[in-house]
Design a protein around this ligand. Structure first.
Ligand SMILES: Cc1cc2nc3c(=O)[nH]c(=O)nc-3n(C[C@H](O)[C@H](O)[C@H](O)COP(=O)(O)OP(=O)(O)OC[C@H]3O[C@@H](n4cnc5c(N)ncnc54)[C@H](O)[C@@H]3O)c2cc1C
Ligand code: SF4
Length: 435
């Protein structure tokens, strides 16, 4: 059968590309490394992954792998395990000494934030020959990969290996340095930086505007995860309720389960099939013992002696209105109570753009994301670029890396008056056969 032939590129026509590549935000060509793995050439396979992917080890662990959803083998049996194969390479073959780069160009580039977007931009700019310095408020790199993603899903050695490689390319990372506090637009200019890439992500957890949120025992999702990720523990009770239906809520619930709790539940507005996360993540949470309450909304948080005792809820009529806008409505008189001694709010993240004070030229949306040119990622002020979650609103690590990579090319083109193109991002159809 044709589909069982090994993947090759030989029968690809001009404007065609394999669907898995088109589905991948960074256009990783999985066929290359999958074939090398099949031949036992593992180190070479890792090198091929690394050429396109600035964070290969982390990606192998937590990329949401849209490539597999589009894999042609879905129509035969199951997709090629593209992400698991990348994980195998990252876990075992990532100890490379690094590529030697030479600074070819005089311009110094400042990057704010050592998350996937900033690291990807720095990686690609260093490879192009620029001197890059990343300024990061935290004492460690990785952004949400380190602050938010639990260690059972992403061992920190994976982030460390990836970042070590980027540092060996010549990228400097200055930790404990907050843009807007320790450094400013003016100070960077004075220090000779001619271009700025902003990759600050979404550092603030959203809260609920309901009675009881100030009670002891109400925690914010990413703060809770960050505390567990950095100290190994957090002050929670035995009966934990997470509010939210996305990936962060699943991480909070599964992390709480690992802290010797008796019961962990998740309550969300969405029905099971509307939940904004992958089936896989929901199934894992349920499999581990998380109780799911779908289609209910929070009315107020109940308390006893200043501490949380439960959540009063209402049944949801609909989450999205006829225009498909998020606009939940509830059934009157449908109140019920879920008992809990800890409530974790995992209902989304927001940006902190306080460093933009005095830079009114940079346009932002009502939702607090930075507006950029979708092709060049330049913001509305000359020499300033942005990418990652602070532009996407809510993205994935691979989407954030893609924006950092695209911005790197655009910065190079602007500085050199060049027309460098990455052919992988050219418009293609997903009709190429794999075999
Ligand atoms: C709990 C959780 C689980 C997730 N799980 C997955 C997953 O499984 N798969 C997936 O693909 N994606 C996942 N994501 C999403 C992914 O982590 C983000 O899309 C990605 O990290 C965004 O990258 P970024 O570089 O834009 O921002 P971030 O990763 O947020 O990094 C921004 C960096 O900027 C720094 N910073 C902020 N402000 C300043 C300042 N003023 N000065 C200096 N530094 C600053 C921050 O400290 C941070 O290090 C998850 C997110 C969370 C919260
Ligand atoms: S980076 Fe993610 S989407 Fe791209 S090929 Fe790898 S697993 Fe698939």
């Amino acid at each position: 059968m044709e589909i069982d032939k090994p993947c090759t590129k030989s029968n690809k026509k001009g404007n065609e590309e394999a669907p898995c590549i088109l589905a991948c935000p960074i256009r990783q060509d999985a066929r290359d490394y999958v074939q090398l793995i099949a031949r036992g050439r593992f180190q070479e396979a890792f090198r091929v992954v690394r050429e396109r992917n600035p964070l290969p080890s982390a990606c192998g662990r937590i990329c949401t792998h849209p490539c597999e959803t589009k894999c042609r083998r879905n129509s035969t049996d199951a997709p090629i395990a593209i992400a698991w194969l990348k994980r195998f390479l990252g876990d075992n073959f990532s100890h490379e000494t690094g590529k030697i780069t030479s600074e070819k160009y005089p311009e110094k580039i400042a990057i704010i934030g050592a998350g996937p977007a900033g690291l990807a931009a720095a990686n690609d700019l260093a490879l192009l020959g620029y001197s890059c310095t990343i300024f990061e408020s935290n004492p460690t790199p990785g952004g949400m990969l380190r602050m938010g993603v639990p260690t059972y899903r992403l061992p920190r050695t994976a982030i460390d290996n990836d970042v070590e490689y980027i540092k060996k390319l010549g990228v400097e990372i200055r930790y404990n340095t907050t843009f807007g506090v320790d450094i400013t637009f003016d100070s960077l200019k004075k220090d000779g930086f001619s271009v700025l890439f902003i990759g600050v992500g979404l550092s603030e957890s959203r809260s609920l505007n309901i009675e009881g949120v100030q009670l002891e025992g109400v925690l914010k999702g990413v703060s809770f995860l960050n505390e567990v990720n950095t100290t190994g523990s957090a002050k929670i009770g035995k009966n934990v309720l997470v509010i939210g239906g996305g990936a962060v809520a699943m991480d909070c619930a599964r992390t709480a389960l690992r802290l010797r709790t008796d019961k962990v539940s998740v309550a969300c507005l969405e029905s099971r099939k509307e939940m904004p996360t992958t089936d896989f993540e929901i199934e894992e949470a349920v499999h581990e013992g998380v109780a799911l309450y779908n289609s209910i909304g929070p009315k107020r948080i109940l308390g006893k002696n200043g501490r949380v005792s439960g959540l009063e809820t209402l049944k949801v009529k609909y989450v999205f209105d006829e225009q498909k806008r998020f606009n939940p409505a509830f059934y009157e008189g449908s109140e019920s109570v879920i008992e809990a001694d800890t409530i974790i709010l995992a209902i989304g993240q927001a940006s902190n753009l306080s460093f933009l004070k005095g830079q009114e030229g940079i346009q932002i949306t009502r939702g607090g994301t930075i507006i950029v040119n979708p092709n060049t990622f330049s913001a509305s002020v000359h020499g300033i670029y942005a990418g990652g979650d602070v532009v996407l609103g809510r993205g994935t690590m691979t989407e954030s890396m893609a924006q950092g990579k695209k911005a790197a090319i655009a910065i190079h083109n602007a500085l050199r008056n060049a027309a460098l193109k990455d052919e992988k991002w050219a418009e293609k159809t997903g009709s190429a056969r794999c075999g």
